[in-house]
Design a protein. Structure first.
Length: 305
């Protein structure tokens, strides 16, 4: 099978490329210079030159809460354009299998209980990532419409919980929670400084090690006809932001004083996925959080220190 993977330079893409799971496939992972998803002609030319059987769309403009607040135009427009361009050109070329990688950011804010797939578009979005969410929802709905119109086209969306792991973005300005916490705690440990946390630390987040999502994607590729149109993928349990910081501090071996900056935004109060549909689909192979954090910290030490 010839698989086109978009977003090969991102965390999910890099983990797919380096995984043994895809060694038996012909995996195409072009750079943005080779395949510009913002340009329909570039996509058209690439698909003309390469026979593609299956697309995994993992590309996107992503970042932590700072990026989403600072660059809403870019996160909305470019994510929307990439998704729409790729999906329409894939359909025009008769590519029957398209796995769209979505995000739990697509769901409305304010859920106290775990969120089911049918809760999509049932309420107001979280303002701090609204642009990103609108782009991801629109891309997922286009996949759904194509599949409904023509049953032979299997264009489906995975809605993943938050991810962390190897190849994550370790940057003070653009990082998500886990790499940002690793940087903060590690740097504080070098000078015996306190650690600053945005908000009160009580917001709850569900995280999964990125290699686990890769394991799921391999399973989905092999069982794609049975996969539902929308499928939550996560661990089905969560921790507070403060608990993640404490776990990371334990792994690093530093016991800092934690300070809470209540002037900073902290996003949704809770974002926990209901994974019953995932389990019915037949997959559950999730690493313990401390194990994933240790591997991620090891990656950080190897690559950034």
């Amino acid at each position: 099978m010839n698989i086109l993977l978009t977003g090969g330079s991102g965390m999910v893409g890099q983990n797919i490329i380096h995984s043994h799971h895809f060694k038996d496939y012909n995996l195409y992972s072009p750079s943005s210079e080779e395949l510009d998803l913002l340009n329909k002609d570039s996509i058209n030319q690439f698909l003309k030159n390469n026979k593609i059987d299956f697309i995994i769309h993992a590309a996107g403009i992503v970042g932590g809460i700072k990026v989403n607040i600072k660059y809403p135009v870019k996160t909305l427009y470019e994510n929307l354009l990439m998704g729409f361009n790729l999906i329409i050109e894939a359909k025009n070329f008769g590519i029957k299998n398209f796995l769209n990688i979505g995000s739990s950011c697509m769901y409305p804010r304010g859920f106290k209980q775990s969120i089911r797939e049918e809760n999509l578009l049932s309420g107001f979005l979280e303002p701090t990532n609204e642009g990103f969410a609108i782009a991801k929802i629109s891309t997922a709905k286009l996949c759904e419409y194509i599949s409904n119109e023509e049953k032979s086209f299997l264009y489906k969306t995975v809605i993943s919980c938050n991810l962390f792991g190897r190849f994550d973005t370790f940057d003070k300005e653009n990082s998500h929670l886990v790499p940002a916490a690793i940087i903060k705690v590690y740097e504080a440990s070098q000078k015996q400084n306190p650690v600053n946390i945005w908000g009160n630390g009580k917001a709850r987040r569900e995280f999964m090690y990125a290699e686990d999502l890769v394991d799921f994607i391999k399973y989905a590729v092999e069982n794609f006809s049975k996969m539902p149109q929308y499928l939550n993928v996560g661990r089905g349990s969560d921790h507070t932001v403060f608990e993640y910081y404490k776990l990371i501090a334990e792994i690093i071996g530093y016991a800092p004083k934690f300070e809470f900056d209540l002037t900073k935004p902290e996003g949704m109060e809770r974002k926990l996925l209901d994974v019953s549909r995932m389990e019915s689909f037949g997959w559950r192979n999730i690493s313990p959080i401390p194990e994933g954090l240790r591997k991620t910290y090891g990656f950080y030490l190897d690559k950034y220190t």
